[in-house]
Design a protein around this ligand. Structure first.
Ligand code: SIN
Length: 548
């Protein structure tokens, strides 16, 4: 069946790997789909993190006797610092090879040996070379290209519609609280309602709530804010992953060039200004330790030496410019050359390990509302995501959501009303901080290391944010960022231990057993009083082994 412009079986919010994968599979299953994206009409995927992914896709080669799903799971658990859901993780990783085979069948071209077998690299936390890549370090761009190519016939047939330059403002829910569509604004500011029995949030991450990040401009936390407003539970928001090697230039803000971990996988070393290793003695895997460990080592070296950056020495990486063209272009843009110069780096906000709580098929705690990709908390990433598990998760979960949506097709969607927890004014006015003030506060108070005083300062800023009109997409994004920043610091205050990417200078120890708490905003059933609007509604220990 074709969509009718405002009604479909599935509405997908976001056009990165998870959203497009869901849209293609759903169309293949015979569903009508509308994809709503803030991206431009000409290049609707231009503002997704998928496009900028470098390292690759972590996936087991089933024919490789040196690798297995068990080994991939063990690495994922070790990186996740005792907070990973082992069942969810095993199931997602085990579905990886099929998900990648589907992507290749849709036309994705990965770097390969002359005999056609895929080249594989290594990144932090991986015990073997299992990461496939495209264009050297342009994996995300190839994933995006192939997904749009695969979507095109479904757009031509009218089964899938893409509404570009469209900002979703609220998940529409019926009086029973079920998701029945979305309310959005189009590029002219006109309000649009799209009706669908299944709504997928695939909106990416939150990196842009920090002053400098590897994420594109659109990563303002829209999806987490939409879910919170719809009454869905979120978890693990305190686990914001900082990538150890974001290209440094003094005073730079916004999206910065990522220097892929794969550069270290091919032999580059992290050093201080004197050329001394930063990670020696920190972890048995050295520069290829899990990302939280390496980011913290870089941050500590900077603090101890009072320097603004550390360095990556990639001069001995064979054919570095050919193997890593994206990295090389970024480094050359600041007047350096990775073949001859040390690359200045700092840790940068990169990935939200938590997000909207989802079950096995991407289902959230709100009936009819799904989440997949970075916006979701599936349990795969625990307290610190293993490198290159994210594209894999998007591919696997996008497909599962499509199957779940197929099971719901035909569920009636009317009547439509906005979430009963929020009045219509939410669509036109909301609390929002000035963007740069919020970003600076998050970088200062909720960075690689944090403490109660710094987190409370951000919480105070958010609590004092004035309610202002929402006149533009930027205003709506700032309102989302304000809400999400409040949620991140509330979660970070609530977790009074250090674990994975959440390092509390004032709580340096890790509890023997990790605790999983879900949070909702203003939940009337909350068992525990909330902080700044977040109410903790469930608490359970995570039965996840800590693997050294
Ligand atoms: C990288 O290439 O270092 C980033 C990969 C990832 O975030 O998983």
């Amino acid at each position: 069946m074709a969509h009718d412009g405002n009604r479909a079986d599935l509405v997908v919010v976001g056009a990165g790997v998870a959203g497009l994968t869901a849209a293609i599979h759903a169309a293949e299953l015979g569903l009508s789909v509308i994809v709503a994206t803030k991206g431009s009409r000409r290049t609707p995927g231009s503002d997704t993190s998928t496009r900028y992914a470098q390292g690759g896709i972590a996936v087991v080669d089933p024919t490789d006797p040196a690798d297995s799903v068990d080994a991939h799971l063990a690495d994922t658990l070790a990186a996740g610092a005792g907070h990973t859901d082992p069942l969810a993780a095993r199931s997602i990783l085990a579905d990886g090879p099929d998900a990648v085979a589907a992507l290749i069948a849709w036309g994705a071209r990965f770097d390969a040996h002359l005999d056609g077998t895929l080249l594989r690299t290594r990144e932090g936390g991986h015990s073997v070379r299992r990461i496939i890549h495209a264009g050297g370090d342009a994996t995300g761009a190839e994933v995006e290209r192939s997904l749009w190519e695969a979507l095109r016939p479904h757009m031509v047939s009218g089964r899938v519609g893409v509404r570009a330059e469209t900002m979703v403002i609220a998940v529409a829910t019926d009086p029973e609280g079920r998701a029945v569509g979305v309310t959005a604004r189009d590029g002219t500011g006109r309000a649009v309602t799209i009706h669908a029995p299944s709504v997928l949030l695939a909106t990416g991450g939150i990196g842009q709530i920090y002053a400098a990040t590897t994420n594109p401009e659109g990563s303002m936390g829209d999806g987490v804010a939409l879910a919170l407003r719809a009454g869905a539970a979120v978890a693990d928001l305190e686990f914001v992953q900082f990538h150890p090697t974001m290209l440094y230039t003094a005073g730079a803000r916004g999206r910065r060039t990522l220097i892929s971990e794969a550069v270290r996988g091919e032999g580059a070393r992290l050093v201080d200004a004197a050329g001394v290793s930063i990670t020696a003695g920190v972890h048995p895997l050295g520069d290829l330790a899990p990302r939280d460990v390496v980011a913290h080592a870089v941050h500590s070296a900077m603090t101890a030496s009072a320097r603004s950056c550390m360095y990556l020495d990639a001069r001995d990486v064979p054919d570095v410019a050919q193997r890593f063209p994206t990295v090389t272009a970024g480094v050359r843009a600041i007047g350096l050359d990775p073949r001859t110069d040390l690359i200045p780096i700092v840790p940068g906000a990169h990935y939200l390990c938590g997000g909207v709580v989802t079950g096995e098929r991407g289902d959230t705690t709100v009936d009819g509302l799904f989440a997949a990709g970075e916006v979701a908390r599936t349990g795969l990433h625990g307290a610190n995501r293993l490198a290159s598990n994210s594209l894999l998760e998007g591919l696997v979960m996008g497909r599962r959501v499509a199957q779940a949506a197929a099971d719901r097709a035909g569920v009636p969607t009317a009547p439509v009303g906005c979430s009963p927890r929020f009045d219509a004014e939410m669509l036109t006015r909301a609390a929002r901080c000035d963007r740069t003030v919020l970003q600076d506060a998050m970088s200062a108070g909720a960075g690689v290391t944090r403490d109660a005083a710094g987190l409370a300062a951000v919480a105070d800023l958010v609590a004092g944010a004035p309610v202002r009109p929402l006149r533009s997409f930027a205003d709506v994004a700032d309102a989302a960022a304000t809400m999400v920043a409040g949620a991140v610091v509330a979660a970070a205050l609530h977790r009074d231990e250090s674990r994975g990417c959440h390092r509390r200078a004032d709580r340096p120890l890790t509890d023997p057993v990790s605790r999983l708490d879900w949070a909702r905003i203003g939940d009337p059933d909350a068992a525990t009083p909330g902080i700044d609007g977040m109410h903790w509604v469930a608490a359970s220990p995570v039965e996840s082994p800590v693997v050294a």
